[in-house]
Design a protein around this ligand. Sequence first.
Ligand code: PGA
Length: 241
Amino acid sequence: MKIIKVKNYDEMSRKAANIISAQVLIKPDSVLGLATGGSPLGTYKQLIEWYNKGDIDFSEITSINLDEYVGLPDTHEQSYHYFMHENFFDHVNVKPENIHVPNGVAANMTQACREYEELIKKAGGIDLQLLGIGTDGHIGFNEPDDFFEPLTHVVSLTESTIKANTRFFDSEDDVPRKAITVGIKTIMQAKKVLLIVNGKNKADAVKEAVCGKVTPAVPASILQLHPDCTIIGDEEAFSKL
Ligand code: PGA
């Protein structure tokens, strides 16, 4: 694991955007595994800024998002489809046909999971996977469990994730209880992993993920075994390392 400690959220976002830019520059048809949430917002903002300056071109990339709430249609403001369009896709030149987000309203979720895995395989695997981390150590929506779930699957969200995500909804009751997420094996097969983390509330999860034993009780701990994983975190998130 390569650990990069930065001062604050802005520096984290700039550095993450730099790494993504370098990836796209070196391989214009990169397959980017993208993430939602508060952590990557600044990264997307920075990438949009550089795109507007003509410094980066997304026309050949494929994007494959990590996860989506089950039950929220694309048009729902809190769906990850909506988030990605609002905060990134609608502002850059990614081709619509190259944008992929798991389908949270599929009639047959088992089939939707299988098809998402097929899609990743057909795209040639993920070149760079961007990740945030949950306060419970989750990556994507791979929640703490007794085992690592390898492939795309439907998961029941933990209480701590529901509480953490309540900030985006009117009330806790409105937070979906299930999500569809790519699995741990899929994440581990990405050629590069870039985890970004900020804030004091993530310090325990970061400590467990980086210094603790590799265990499905802390899903992010598996990243210790990834051959090319970079973690960019601010001083608060790294305060317990
Ligand atoms: P956040 O979420 O970026 O909104 O903190 C990260 C995560 O839950 O994976």
